[in-house]
Design a protein. Structure first.
Lengths: 704, 276
């Protein structure tokens, strides 16, 4: 790489005394600073510097088709090495290059990455000792570069021999610590990311190069957008982070482009860099090169913006498009350039934080010029049926403070032209309230209803917003049947964790949130008067009686409490039923046979049945025992059945009955059957020989 | 014949047969190379300067190398065991314990148990024995009965076993049936201070699972032998990658002598007689 070393401003001396030139002391400290102190990330620096030398050597030899080799350290081969197949070096070159700092053979051409004469010494930043094997013209020379006892780098020729190996150089050193193996791997991945000709990696079976993920390649030639925010400048295989100091003042609007993960490729020599090559040196020419690239990029982006924006003939749509991309760092400068070039009516060049400007109309002008008055409201994202009225603002019109409206282009803005006689605002609120999306709605109505409202003239004056509709096209709220969802009903809740000490009630009336009442399901209610249910029973007793009634359809009833003020709505809804009326009808339907069947639940459990149940088929079909068992077996098990609860409901709601009489009757039957087999009564153990019991029953049956 | 070399700090550069070798303490035979160079024993240097050659020689036909991966009889050697083997070489132990260990390990019927055991050995850094078993810890009650049930005798000399299919082989069942053992990291988690720490000798064949809690620090086996009780600090119990028994207190000297003898034997095998 050609370095610019001409002195810009040569000193003209006149009448000065003795002139002394500055010198650098040839000391361990100086060497240490140049080979080690230079680099923040030493492993990365060594990989980068040695690999760049390899690339340069391949360029010089014309062997760029052949990859150079990089050996990464591992447990069995704990060394790092870079071997190139370039020109190789003779003895003089080796001693010159390696012993002379700032000695470089590459400052005459921009084909080479190197120029400073420091990179070849970079291994000293990690180790005291590395080998250089130089092969040229059939001669192989092995050198050891090391730090001598005075701390000064030295090089020793260790061996010379003839060889058939290809020309080239290998630099090799041992890695100090096994924990560094993975560091060399990771840094190699990072360094080789931007190498055009990647090396052949040995020493690590599964090494994978790091590939940049791009959003877009070649936006302009040599500028890509990567999926990261940080921008990089790539020059001669090396990527430098672009961190222009005072970017806003140096680059203006273009500075925001640097937040877009740009990868900008520069030719060797276009940028100046730090001696460590860990960053750029931001001298004016470097900043100029970056600016030139960004200007070219922005021009391309601007062309794109012009094309897309002009395709939108409606200015509101154009404004919405531009505002959408103006917040993106990549497009921001191009959009502002477009707005400035076209003097775009909705753009606000003075606003650093936003792009758009509103169009303002005074209420007074609306009335006088267009015979219009505006009523406005907004709806909120995610909230149905919620609207908020918007009033006109106090605004300045030519330095005069007036009430007026400011219209800002947005996809959410809607203009409603009232072509109905009444109710346009309510209709619009209903219509847009149903849509769970944010809207800002301006309803335009005639100010003087005797004269025509000039809707179209007004809309043209504000550049024809695309969303303008007639009120008559909006959906209208239908008059509904009384909607129980809007009536505040209470729900009678049964409290499982009843606690006598706290005197909490087992049941309570609670506000019912969240239940959506339908027009088809049946709901059961009790009228409430001062939060007390009007009921023949205490509600607590009613609720528990229902739950333990043993009747499936009754036990699960949810009771709602409806206050007097809502009786009207309830009476309009046939699917809302008074619990007490329902119970009267339900109780009347219960037959004696039903009750007898239910009573069976209360006698089962007698041990005798369990002795014989499994063996009942072995009994005589006419056996009274068998008949009784079969009858009991037919019963369906009822959960949570409390006969007292059922009896209470029957008695209160028009069917006075004593369940006990059914139980007694069955009990008598059981007793009479058991009396027939007297020995069974004396059995009370669960370990019973069932076959013996069966035999006994059969014996008695057959003998009678 | 002598070869050019530079020894500088931990770095050694030597050119042998027109090839440069640059090594430092990361080289597996670093100390031996250094000693051999100093004593001008170039035959040994040539033998051990290439780490791959060293490993192949040490592996005695059991080990092969492809790229940088070690293979034990055509099966890739888990990194834990290759590190263990290299450490054994560096400390002068013969390969036989490793051979025995691998043969025992291959008899384990469960691939999952084998894979999990690598993690346990790596985290626990527990030694193997000359007959190819490994050593681990177990906490027991004062009366040497197991802490969980108080029924199994774990005094020195006992062999405790149960049917393999009675041991829970699900590593996600972290507390379940089986004969438990652990590495140092788990000792503090279980049992009280009123307990004893025993040294177990376990055949890798008998390992059933390594539960996933406690960072691979405990395991379940179907058989183990109790070989010692730790008198001092458990951290100091094991000093070498291969060990007969624990080493704090009385056994330290015995171990030191054994290690020295093994080092000498190994060096003699490489033709080094006047080392150290």
């Amino acid at each position: 790489m050609i370095l610019n070393s001409t002195v810009e401003n040569p000193a003209i001396l006149s009448n000065v005394g003795q002139v002394g030139e500055f010198r650098i002391r040839n000391s361990a400290k100086a060497f240490n600073i140049l080979s080690s102190g230079l680099y923040a990330n030493k492993i990365r620096a060594i990989i980068r510097e040695l690999s760049c030398n390899a690339v340069d050597s391949h360029v010089a030899a014309g062997t760029t088709d052949t990859p150079f080799e990089v050996h990464l350290p591992n447990q069995l081969e704990p060394y790092f090495a870079v071997r190139d197949f370039g020109t190789g070096l003779n003895h003089e070159q080796v001693t010159n290059i390696y012993t002379t700092y700032f000695e470089s053979t590459k400052t005459t051409s921009n084909e080479f990455i190197g120029a400073l004469g420091l990179g070849s010494k970079s291994p000293f930043s990690y180790t005291d000792n590395f080998t250089v094997t130089a092969i040229q013209g059939g001669v192989k020379r092995i050198y050891s570069a090391f730090i001598n006892e005075e701390g000064v780098p030295s090089i020793a020729l260790m061996d010379t021999a003839g060889t058939a190996e290809r020309n080239g150089v290998e630099v090799k050193f041992s890695v100090n610590d096994q924990w560094d193996y993975s560091k060399f791997r990771d840094e190699a991945r990072s360094v080789f990311t931007y190498f055009r000709n990647r090396p052949a990696i040995t020493g690590m079976n599964n090494f994978q190069f790091n590939d940049v993920e791009y959003v877009e390649r070649d936006i302009i030639p040599g500028v890509h957008q990567a999926r990261s925010r940080r921008s990089m400048a790539v020059m001669g295989n090396i990527a430098y982070p672009v961190e222009v100091p005072n970017a806003e003042s140096n680059l203006g609007d273009l500075a925001r482009l640097l937040n877009c993960g740009l990868e900008m490729h520069f030719d060797i020599g276009e940028l100046d860099f730090q001696a460590s090559r860990e960053g750029l040196s931001y001298i004016p020419s470097t900043i100029d090169s970056i600016r030139t690239k960004l200007v070219a990029l922005n021009a391309k982006l601007a062309d794109h913006v012009v094309e897309r924006a002009n395709a939108k003939t409606n200015l509101w749509e154009r404004a919405i498009y531009l505002a959408g991309i103006a917040s993106n760092d990549l497009w921001s400068a191009a959009v502002r350039k477009y707005a400035a070039d076209t003097d775009f009516v909705f753009a606000d060049p003075t606003n650093r934080y936003g792009f758009l400007k509103s169009i303002q109309v005074a209420e007074e002008d609306l009335r006088t010029q267009y015979n219009l008055v505006i009523r406005a409201f907004s709806t909120r994202q995610g909230y149905a049926n919620k609207t908020k009225n918007i009033k006109a603002d106090g605004l300045y019109f030519d330095d005069q403070y007036k009430q007026g409206w400011a219209f800002m282009p947005s996809n959410n803005v809607v203009f409603v032209k009232n072509d109905t006689k009444t109710g346009a605002a309510n209709r619009a609120k209903f219509h847009y309230g149903q849509i769970k999306q944010e809207h800002r709605v301006y309803v335009l109505e005639a100010w003087d209803r005797k004269r025509p409202a000039l809707f179209d003239q007004f809309l043209a004056a504000i550049h024809n917003p695309p969303s303008a509709v007639f009120a008559s096209s909006l959906s209208q709220q239908e008059r509904e049947r009384a909607n129980m969802n809007k009536v505040g009903v209470l729900r009678l809740n049964y409290n499982d964790s009843y606690d006598a000490r706290r005197r909490s009630r087992t049941v309570s009336w609670d506000r019912d949130h969240g239940t959506v009442f339908t027009a088809t399901d049946t709901y059961y209610y009790l009228p409430l008067s001062n939060f007390e249910a009007e009921c023949r029973m205490d509600v607590e007793q009613l609720k528990t009686s229902l739950m333990k009634s043993g009747l499936d359809d009754v036990s699960k009833i949810t009771i709602y409490g409806v206050r007097k003020s809502h009786f009207k709505e309830v009476s309009e809804n046939p699917n809302w039923v008074n619990v007490e009326q329902f119970l009267e009808q339900r109780m009347a339907k219960i037959s004696d046979a039903d009750l007898e069947q239910m009573a069976l639940n209360l006698v089962d459990g007698h041990e005798v049945f369990s002795y014989t149940r499994d063996n009942k088929d072995k009994l005589n079909p006419n056996s009274p025992m068998r008949q009784l068992i079969e009858r009991v077996a037919k019963k369906t098990a009822i959960k949570d059945f409390d006969p007292v609860s059922l009896e209470r409901l029957l008695n209160k709601y028009g069917r006075p009955t004593k369940i006990e009489q059914f139980v007694t009757s069955i009990q008598k039957e059981c007793d009479s059957v058991l009396n027939r087999y007297p020995l069974l009564k004396s059995m009370n153990s669960y370990r019973v020989d069932r076959d013996a019991v069966t035999q006994y029953i059969n014996l008695i049956d057959n003998n009678q | 014949m002598s070869y050019p070399y530079i020894i500088q700090g931990k770095n050694i550069v030597v050119v042998i047969d027109n090839q440069p070798h640059t090594i430092s303490s990361t080289h597996i035979a670093y100390e031996r190379v250094k000693a051999a160079i100093r004593s001008n024993d170039w035959d040994t240097v040539k033998d051990i300067i290439d780490p791959k050659k060293v490993v192949l020689n040490y592996g005695a036909g059991h080990v092969s190398i492809q790229g940088e991966t070690l293979y034990w009889k055509e099966r890739e050697l888990h990194n834990t065991l290759s590190v263990r083997m290299i450490r054994m070489y560096q400390e002068g132990f013969p390969i036989e314990p490793m051979v025995a260990f691998m043969e025992n390990l291959m008899q384990n019927p469960s691939k999952r148990a084998v894979d999990e055991l690598y993690g346990f050995l790596e985290k626990g850094n527990l030694p193997i024995t000359p007959d190819g078993h490994f050593l681990a810890y177990k906490k027991v009650r004062r009366d040497y009965k197991d802490i969980h049930s108080g029924t199994m005798d774990n005094s020195v000399g006992q062999t405790v076993e149960m049917d393999r299919n009675q041991v829970d082989d699900n590593k996600d069942q972290t507390c379940s049936s089986g004969l438990h053992f652990c590495s140092l990291g788990y000792l503090d988690h279980f049992g009280g201070s009123e307990s004893r720490v025993m040294v177990l000798k376990i055949n890798p064949r008998d390992v059933v699972s390594i539960p996933s809690d406690y960072n691979d620090a405990k395991g379940r086996a179907c058989r183990y032998e109790v070989i010692d009780e730790i008198g001092g600090e458990p951290e100091e119990a094991f000093v070498a990658p291969v060990q007969e028994t624990q080493a704090n207190g009385v056994d330290a000297e015995v171990i030191r002598v054994a290690v020295e003898a093994a080092v000498k034997a190994a060096l003699a095998a490489h033709g080094v007689t006047n080392s150290q």
